[in-house]
Design a protein around this ligand. Structure first.
Ligand SMILES: [Zn+2]
Length: 399
């Protein structure tokens, strides 16, 4: 990794608090003190112009292998069901035949421009393209290693057991360098909930990696899957290493059952990812957070065959979480900032994340008055720093 030059960022407001100077040495936050100290000669000085300083945004669920970002606009052609979208995606990606490295690089640069310093991407593993996606994204991870942290989830988009050969490919994907095992709708897609989850947890146990499962299943069906996931997490001692993405069902249950499931999530220390879907109920963020459930968010698909929306801006995602949750009070909008920063970092087990001295200098400067106002206004990012390197400035990605 390139050794970054020391930095002094003057006149910034950590978490929208009082003005401070931030010193960065060897890629780490060295010290923070109130405005006005002596400036050592060898330091690059940046005027923060009173902007809000946040730890870098965490996009904890996206699909950088699928995006059309940076390519010509494509008309949306998928039908309404998940199986329609899976079939449509195969057709569309085959026709377009974009190089995965280029697709992912385009999205990663856009993420960096928007202040994201950490990305967890699901990457398709299936019997037609086999490990081509994983191999391309491993190259992207290397190419951007100084500019963003990328975690890879091997993702059986088309099914794990229903598509023979996928299970073996998933295991190979982890051996090749993917960080986590993915899963998808154990009942509605795979038609074999125990079999699917046993296979997913089996790989995770053998390879000693975490799990991130796409769970779109509604109501009681989804709740049943959560129960099965929680049971396996506890039995295998995987507490704190399992995330459930979407979990729409948590927004569809009666109060008593939601309470029971919340207890199960807490016991198994399972985190929840919500991307604030526009088409369906979704988890009650404030209630789950206050109960102690760890919550993160992500872009999910950005301008791909699944849908035309998305721009990799996690500040916009915070606004959407707030908008869909009917958050109006500042303290609720502040929760959305927590979800797209600390929440995602905790899910990705980033121990040196934050604004304290000793933390990695993964930072974003957002012009704004308060955290709530910053979420609502979503101004262009004036500075993005990753490991002490300046990776974006004045709304432009520099890498
Ligand atoms: Zn997804």
């Amino acid at each position: 990794m390139t050794k970054p030059a020391p930095l002094l960022i003057r006149n910034v407001r950590p978490m929208a608090g009082s003005s401070a100077n931030i010193f960065v040495r060897d890629g780490v936050i060295a010290d923070s003190a109130s405005s006005g100290g002596e400036v050592p000669g060898d330091i690059t000085v940046i005027d923060g112009q009173n902007a809000i300083l946040l730890p870098g945004f965490v996009d904890a669920h996206t699909h950088i292998d699928k995006t059309f970002w940076g390519f010509p606009w494509q008309r949306h052609t998928a039908g309404p069901l998940i199986t329609d979208k899976i079939d449509n995606e195969r057709r569309v990606l085959r026709t377009l035949n974009y190089p995965t490295f280029e697709q992912a690089s385009n999205q990663v640069r856009q993420s960096i421009r928007m202040g994201t310093t950490h990305i967890r991407s699901h990457v398709d593993v299936e019997t037609e393209t086999k490990l081509a996606g994983i191999e391309a994204i491993l190259e992207v991870r290397d190419a951007f290693a100084d500019s963003v942290t990328i975690e890879i989830v091997a993702f059986p988009q088309r099914g794990l057991l229903t598509l023979p050969g996928t299970l073996e490919l998933m295991e190979t994907a982890i051996a090749a360098g993917a960080d986590l095992v993915g899963g998808i709708d154990p009942s509605s897609l795979e038609r074999d909930p125990a079999g699917h989850l046993d296979a997913v947890f089996g790989i995770a146990e053998r390879r000693d990696v975490g799990i991130d499962i796409h769970l779109h299943e509604p109501g009681v069906l989804g709740a049943f899957s959560i129960e099965l996931i929680a049971e396996r997490t506890k039995v295998l001692g995987m507490q704190g290493r399992v995330n459930i993405s979407h979990a729409f069902c948590l927004g569809m249950l009666d109060d008593a059952y939601l309470g029971t499931l919340t207890e199960k999530l807490l016991e198994a220390r399972i985190s929840i990812m919500s991307h604030a879907p526009g088409f369906i109920e979704f988890p009650p963020l404030r209630r789950l957070h206050d109960a102690g459930v760890l919550i993160c968010s992500g872009s999910d698909g950005i301008r791909d065959s699944w849908g035309p929306y998305g721009n990799a801006d996690m500040l916009e995602k915070a606004m959407m979480l707030g908008y869909r949750s009917n958050f109006r009070r500042d303290e609720d909008l502040e929760l959305t900032i927590e979800i797209v920063t600390k929440g995602g970092a905790a899910v990705m087990a980033q121990d040196s994340y934050g604004l304290e001295p000793g933390c990695n200098a993964d930072l974003v400067l957002v012009p704004g008055e308060t955290l709530a106002e910053a979420v609502v206004s979503r101004r262009p990012r004036s500075l993005v720093i990753k490991g002490g390197n300046i990776v974006a400035r004045d709304d432009k990605c520099l890498v």
